[in-house]
Design a protein around this ligand. Structure first.
Ligand code: FES
Ligand code: FES
Length: 152
């Protein structure tokens, strides 16, 4: 099988995998990085949201071969050492998580939104398509608004 090399959360990694293996499978099953969650596998639930070269992607729908030579960031790589990202801090402050399953993807989607705009509107936040079966959307909105304010 081909070997693909990329940077994962700041560290170089290689993975021996079929070209068309979804990146999510490579991350979770081959590299043991389980922050990105498997929900649907077809780019609908967004539970796996991560970054490729700083852009948000759904790794269930990106081939591992597409990561070759690039930089992959998952929720595990969001904090700066012991210092949480402001969005993670806001998530704790607002006690956003319920069961928690969707939350890594929610946080990564929120970070992606705040990279695009420092002053998100309700509409911007509603446009985040990450599904939360526990219905934490209100607290997600509050946490994003708080993080936006602290980051600006
Ligand atoms: S598992 Fe990737 S979008 Fe649902
Ligand atoms: S916190 Fe349970 S699915 Fe979102």
């Amino acid at each position: 099988m081909p070997v693909y090399g990329f940077t994962l959360n700041g560290n170089p990694v290689t993975v021996d995998a079929p070209e068309d293996l979804p990146l999510l499978w490579a991350l979770r099953d081959k590299l043991g990085v389980t922050g990105p969650k498997y929900g649907c596998g077809i780019n609908v639930c967004k539970a796996c949201t991560s970054f490729l070269d700083g852009e948000d992607i759904r790794p269930c729908s990106v081939k591992v071969s597409a990561a070759e030579g690039r930089e992959v960031t998952t929720i595990e790589g969001l904090a700066d050492g012991d210092k949480l990202h402001p969005v993670q801090e806001a998530w704790l402050e607002y006690d956003v998580a319920q069961c928690g399953y969707c939350q890594p993807g929610q946080i990564m989607a929120a970070v992606a939104l705040l990279k695009r705009t420092s002053s998100p509107t309700d509409e911007d936040i509603r446009a985040i398509e990450n599904v939360c079966r526990c219905g934490t959307y209100f607290r997600i909105r509050e946490a994003i608004m708080s993080a936006a304010e602290k980051m600006s």
